[in-house]
Write a protein that binds this ligand. Structure first.
Ligand code: FAD
Ligand code: SF4
Ligand code: SF4
Ligand code: SF4
Length: 617
């Protein structure tokens, strides 16, 4: 220590001097206020475009702080592919990480450059963002939006392998190959489990659940979900035609899939097929405890609507007998849809399981001819009719009475019988005109193209339709594209005038230009230019312009009690007609496809169960 050191006098009195400021007025230096803009990509409060948002809830699922809740919004219009929910954000929890924005399936959710919000009320920090943000302002400067170069969602579908166009046109083998395990698991991993597809499916299949089971590689669970649906909701969502629907379902669910908003919809149909194709027999993995009910139900028609009702009734314990006029069960699935789309084995798998539950199918029995409907009423406790649209419609233009002008349905039936060795070879023309622009016309055209290729080594099939563009044609675009690859030629925008017949032989069809198919009220009312005409040459013509029901089996006294709207029978929601013991479903009630038939079978089975429990002692 330095003994000479002394403390300066100034430092000694300094603390005491400071006291003098205690009674002085403070001086504040005023700095001018400068508004500081937040950075371009600032993560401030959220905005959400409610028109675009589909209420999928993916933002809520990813939020690491659990800051998002989905809430019901009452006055949103009900639209397929949208839920009536919107996200609500709690800023007491939000960490402004922006993961919700990055994953948003529609791109509706964004963040702004707004970051100041003052309120003593904590409830003011919980709000449902709209386009006007937390302060209700128009044109808020947008901050963080999803990065353009990366994505939390996987937007590209795993490609399905198919046999190439020219190769596949040489045979009727199934050309869609199906997913491998790796492909299916990869595709399943793209699903965000939002369930929007379930709303769109007429049978409300439990799609996210079975996709998750694929992802977990638990096919036993997956097939149980497919066949049993939701056991707590009386099997809602079950589909006994999963093998069929895994191939040829009209897959409206995929149109609704939330991933489809920014990328490719999940391949729901192919994933369903993957499950059933990898289970050798449903009986090994799906078990039921069935309590017999001691009541009998008769079903007329073994299409998807009839056999689905049979399936659900059998699981409830009823004795079910199905009456089918053709020699094999399945309806259009067996005799209409070509085998390159739906092979017999795929259909047999579904039907075998229905039969294993005790359902008896009597084939070759035409109700109305071989057994009157009223006899079924006497022998059974309830009757369900699902006889489909089995008659063809004709354009009735001159020449359609010629034997080489035929209807789509009988021709498709003949082809399928021939291919399974149960009928003669159908007449194969060297050139063919198909009239009609829907999927049935495509089935005819693509089947005949195959037969021509197999017989003559070349294809001459021309498809004409009133609709003027491919987009307007009712056929699926993939059917048109695949048909073109197989050599089919398309002539959209032409209306047939007459079948040209020379020396007793069909030579072609004469057409006039179609200018418009529907009028301003969207009613079918085609308009033509009579001066623009053409002839498509052919030695056979197939009319594929629609089907109609055949109600000859219904006695007049029953018909009088039923109500028909545009050829379809009117029922209540349980498919019960005004005649209490008579239920109806499938194409004769709703249509237009297999999955609607399955849904009709489900609701009819519930209705029949209700009726037999309460009204038949
Ligand atoms: C060519 C074609 C292709 C199609 N492709 C597809 C597709 O890819 N995907 C899709 O989802 N939908 C498709 N559809 C539509 C779908 O097949 C039908 O919507 C569905 O089959 C209707 O089912 P259903 O049970 O009502 O009638 P159907 O399948 O028509 O079955 C009715 C059954 O009742 C029988 N029957 C009729 N009258 C009697 C009687 N008096 N006595 C005993 N039995 C009787 C018939 O023989 C038939 O077997 C297609 C339709 C056609 C015509
Ligand atoms: S920014 Fe992050 S923490 Fe905030 S709501 Fe979105 S995901 Fe949740
Ligand atoms: S993820 Fe996007 S579309 Fe889905 S609910 Fe959230 S904001 Fe709406
Ligand atoms: S398939 Fe699509 S719509 Fe369905 S749950 Fe998955 S992501 Fe959602």
């Amino acid at each position: 220590m330095n003994n000479n050191s002394t403390m300066p006098k100034k430092d000694f009195f300094a603390p005491i001097k400071a006291w003098k400021f205690l009674f002085k007025k403070p001086v504040t230096i005023k700095v001018p206020y400068v508004k500081r803009e937040a950075a371009e990509r600032y993560r401030g409060f959220h905005i959400n475009d409610w028109e675009k948002c589909i209420g999928c809830g993916t933002c809520a699922k990813i939020c690491p702080t659990d800051a998002i809740r989905m809430v019901e919004v009452e006055d949103l219009p009900h639209e397929y592919g949208k839920k009536s929910q919107r996200p609500v954000i709690d800023y007491g929890r939000c960490s402004f990480c922006a993961m919700c924005v990055d994953i948003c399936t529609t791109g509706s959710l964004k963040m702004t450059r707004e970051y100041v919000h003052v309120s003593p009320d904590p409830e003011d920090f919980i709000y449902a963002p709209t386009e006007k943000g937390i302060h209700g302002i128009e044109n808020i400067p947008v901050g963080w939006t999803k990065d353009e170069n990366s994505d939390l969602l996987e937007l590209d579908r795993v490609e399905m392998e198919m046999i190439e166009g020219e190769e596949r046109s040489k045979s009727f083998i199934e050309y869609v190959k199906g997913y491998s395990k790796e492909q299916a698991m990869h595709e399943a991993a793209r699903c965000v489990e939002c369930g929007i597809c379930t709303d769109r499916c007429p049978q409300h299949m439990r799609i996210p659940e079975y996709i998750k089971a694929i992802w977990k590689d638990d096919l036993k669970e997956a097939v149980n979900i497919l066949l049993k649906g939701d056991l707590e909701q009386d099997m809602l969502g079950a589909n006994p035609f999963s093998s069929v629907c895994g191939r040829v379902c009209t897959h409206k669910c995929e149109e609704a899939c939330s991933i489809g908003n920014r990328g490719d919809a999940i391949a729901i149909r192919w994933l369903k097929r993957y499950i059933v194709d990898n289970i050798s027999s449903y009986e090994n993995v799906v078990n039921y405890k069935i309590e017999p009910r001691n009541k009998k139900v008769a079903i007329v028609g073994s299409g998807p609507a009839g056999l689905s009702a049979a399936y659900f009734l059998a699981t409830m314990g009823y004795e079910v007998e199905v009456f089918e006029s053709l020699s094999r069960p399945g309806g259009v699935m067996r005799y209409g849809i070509p085998s390159y789309r739906l092979p017999d084995e795929a259909l047999d798998k579904d039907i075998a399981f229905i039969q294993a539950l005790g359902v008896k199918i009597h084939v070759g029995v035409s109700v109305g001819k071989d057994i009157p409907l009223m006899e079924l009423k006497e022998k059974f406790d309830a009757v369900y009719v699902s006889t489909g649209f089995t008659l063809g419609r004709s354009t009735n233009i001159p020449g359609t009475e010629h034997e080489d002008v035929i209807q789509a349905l009988p021709l498709l039936r003949e082809i399928r019988d021939f291919l399974r060795g149960e009928g003669p070879k159908p007449k194969i023309p060297k050139s063919l005109v198909v009239i009609g622009g829907g999927n049935v016309a495509m089935d005819v055209a693509r089947s005949m193209a195959r037969l021509q290729m197999m017989e003559y080594g070349k294809v001459d099939v021309k498809v004409s339709s009133l609709e003027r563009t491919y987009e307007e044609m009712p056929a699926d675009m993939e059917e048109i594209e695949e048909g073109s690859e197989e050599g089919v030629k398309f002539y959209p925008g032409w209306g047939p005038i007459k079948v040209v017949i020379e020396n007793g032989k069909v030579k072609g069809v004469e057409f006039k230009k179609c200018l418009e198919v529907f009028d301003e009220n969207r009613r079918f009312n085609p308009k033509f230019d009579e001066n623009q005409k053409m002839i498509l040459e052919a030695d056979m013509v197939v009319e594929a312009i629609g089907q109609a029901p055949d109600y000859n089996y219904l006695p007049e006294e029953l018909k009088e009690k039923l109500e028909f709207v545009r050829g379809r029978i009117v029922t209540n929601e349980y498919r019960q007609t005004p005649i209490k013991w008579l239920f109806a479903g499938g194409d004769i009630v709703h249509g237009p496809d297999i999955i609607h038939g399955v849904a009709d079978g489900y609701w009819a089975a519930k209705g029949i169960d209700e009726y037999l429990r309460n009204e038949v002692k």
